[in-house]
Each structure stands twice: as structure tokens, then as C-alpha cells.
Ligand binder design. Structure first.
Ligand code: SAM
Length: 326
């Protein structure tokens, strides 16, 4: 039996769960995509709300392996796919699914990833400098020990919004080779003059930036939104939860553009021709944020923003992936 929403996610507390489920407006028998399975908190609740089928993605092999019990309990209604959500249309086509009724994305790392020191995501517990969600590709240690100072500074500035990125990059390069998260955190704190008891640990921004860079998270988000546009049928619901302003801006701009609400003369898409294209999404609902009760239960929800919109019948603006759709 599928557990109720109240029991969902013993290890990772799902963020904005009630708001996400309400925004998906699930009707019995519908097909939904959970692009970021994690501990399965959303998938479990979507199934409990009556969806006929959930196709859930995660790039982390541990998340997929740990979801086996939920797949078993779902009686064939939950399918787990070990792929990036940017590839959801290719994966759905392989399953013979042409269109879905809802897509949800919960961007970022899970508590399991953060809490396991050996995954190297946390500056609070010492572990190897890894930070790879998919457990393949370049590690954080390889990046920090091989990249030049300017590239490191650019990553910290653009993806961590670290105002003193050059100073931190210089300190990292001077301390190489670095192999542990504890070493990196100490280097950043020393470079920025952190004192025990300061409100925010300055290592937060550096760790965020390196993680987003290594996992190409912003590209994934942009491509995932495009893929969702292609797989959602008319009336399909898109719900996206983000934790950083950089990611939220991407979602906000995407929905503004695709709903035809981008102010004319956008400098980002000067020739997007908003006037000539039919909106592929309805105007986005107001963003939702966690209320006091949720914040008391789950401080992680503090920076979460949920944006939602509905697919129209118009053709997708994003080009089809070769060999997937006509
Ligand atoms: C914040 S957690 C999701 C938690 C989930 N909503 C729950 O309630 O348990 C994000 C998960 O998405 C996965 N992930 C992040 N980016 C991904 C991508 N581009 N494709 C597939 N999975 C991704 C991460 O590995 C992680 O397990």
C-alpha cells in the first residue's frame, strides 16, 4: 500500500508538499512525472492522490536503489528511471508515453546526499571533496586542483554570488592540493574572516557554487523545463521548487516568456518574437513559499519557492529532441 502524505519521506522531509500536490490537481488515473525522485516524498504523495502512473527520475544511483521498496509497494504504478530529467521526453518515448498530465521538479540536493559526509556535499562534516550527484564525472577535488584561478573565481561569483570570489579563489589555489571538504571550508573561512558564531558560514556560497557547476545544474534546469514543455499534454501542470534565486530566476523567466508575459524588447531574447508565437503555458500562478508551520518543522524550506503553470494546446517553443518526437 502507498503511504499517506503524512508518512512520506522519513529521511528527506519533502518541501512545500501540500502546495505541490494542490498545484498538480491530480485526477484519478493520470500520468505524472517526478523529475527529482530523491527519497520519493513527492512520488509517494502523487500516487496516494490517485495518479494511475508515476514515472520518476533521479541521476543518483543511490536514490534509485533506495526507491526499490516503493516501486514494489506501488503495484506497477511507479517506474524509476536512472537518468537526468532533461532527458525525460526521450525516456518517456521509450516507455511508449506520448504526453503526461503533470511534471514536478524539486531542484537541488536531497538530505541523504547532504547528510552523508562521504558524498562530499557538506561543509559541516568532513569527507572527500566529491559533490557529484550522479557519482560519475569530475569530482570537486579534481576541479579545484586543476582549474585556473580565474575559472574558479568566475564559478564562485556567478553560481555562488560570492562577492569576494577572487580572494577565495586565490586562497584555494595557494592551498592546493585540496582533498577534503573540511580543508575547503577552513580555507574559505580563513580567506573571508569567519568567526565562530557568525550568522552565516561563508563556506555556504562556495560549496553551493561548486556543486551547481560540477552537476551542470542550471543547464539541466533549462533543458528540463524545455523537456517538460514538450511532454505535457494540453492542460498539463508544471510545478517547480527551487532553493536559490539564480534557479528561481530561470523558472520565472521561462514561464514569463512561454506565457507571453515577457515585456516586449527583452534583451535576453530580442528576436524571440513573442507576438508571433502562441503561449505554451498559461500565466504562472503567484509563487508559493513555506508558511510558519512548515518552517518550524523543516528549516530547509526557508528558501524554497514553488512556481506553477498549466500547459496550453500551443506547440512547444523548444525544438524537439532528434529521434524522439515528430
Ligand atoms: C531535493 S531532492 C528531491 C526530493 C524529493 N522531492 C523528495 O520528496 O524526496 C533532489 C533530487 O533530485 C536529483 N536530481 C538533481 N538534479 C537532477 C537531474 N538533473 N536529473 C535527475 N535527478 C536530479 C538529486 O540526485 C536528488 O536526489
Amino acid at each position: 500500500m502507498i503511504a499517506s502524505t503524512a508518512e512520506a519521506g522519513a529521511r528527506h522531509v519533502p518541501v512545500l508538499l501540500d502546495e505541490v500536490i494542490a498545484s498538480l490537481a491530480i485526477r484519478p488515473g493520470e500520468v505524472h512525472v517526478d523529475g527529482t525522485f530523491g527519497a520519493g516524498g513527492y512520488s509517494r504523495a502523487i500516487l496516494a492522490s490517485g495518479a494511475g502512473r508515476v514515472i520518476a527520475f533521479d541521476r543518483d544511483p543511490d536514490a534509485i536503489a533506495e526507491g526499490a521498496a516503493l516501486v514494489e509497494a506501488s503495484g506497477g504504478r511507479l517506474t524509476l528511471v536512472h537518468r537526468c530529467f532533461s532527458e525525460m521526453d526521450a525516456a518517456l518515448a521509450e516507455q511508449g508515453i506520448e504526453a503526461v498530465d503533470g511534471v514536478v521538479l524539486d531542484i537541488g540536493v536531497s538530505s541523504m546526499q547532504l547528510d552523508r559526509a562521504d558524498r562530499g556535499f557538506s561543509f559541516q562534516a568532513d569527507g572527500p571533496l566529491d559533490m557529484r550527484m550522479a557519482q560519475s564525472g569530475m569530482t570537486a577535488a579534481e576541479f579545484l586542483n586543476e582549474a585556473d584561478e580565474e575559472e574558479i573565481a568566475d564559478v564562485l561569483y556567478t553560481l555562488g554570488e560570492e562577492p569576494r570570489s577572487r580572494r577565495v579563489a586565490r586562497a584555494i589555489v595557494a592551498a592546493r592540493p585540496i582533498t577534503r571538504t573540511g580543508e575547503l571550508a577552513a580555507i574559505v573561512r580563513k580567506a573571508l574572516g569567519y568567526r565562530q558564531g557568525d550568522k552565516k558560514d561563508p563556506a555556504t556560497r562556495t560549496f553551493q557554487a561548486i556543486r551547481i557547476h560540477l552537476n551542470s545544474e542550471l543547464d539541466e534546469l533549462g533543458e528540463g523545463l524545455d523537456a517538460a514543455e514538450r511532454v505535457l499534454g494540453e492542460g498539463g501542470r508544471l510545478s517547480v521548487v527551487t532553493f536559490h534565486s539564480i534557479e528561481d530566476r530561470i523558472v520565472k523567466r521561462f514561464l514569463r516568456e512561454r506565457s507571453g508575459s515577457t515585456p516586449s524588447g527583452s534583451r535576453h531574447r530580442p528576436d524571440a518574437g513573442q507576438g508571433s508565437r502562441a503561449p505554451s503555458f498559461t500565466a504562472a500562478a503567484k509563487p508559493a513559499r513555506a508558511g510558519e508551520a512548515e518552517l518550524a518543522r523543516n528549516p530547509r524550506a526557508r528558501s524554497a519557492t514553488l512556481r506553477t503553470a498549466r500547459r496550453t494546446a500551443a506547440a512547444p517553443w523548444s525544438p524537439a529532441v532528434k529521434g524522439v518526437r515528430p
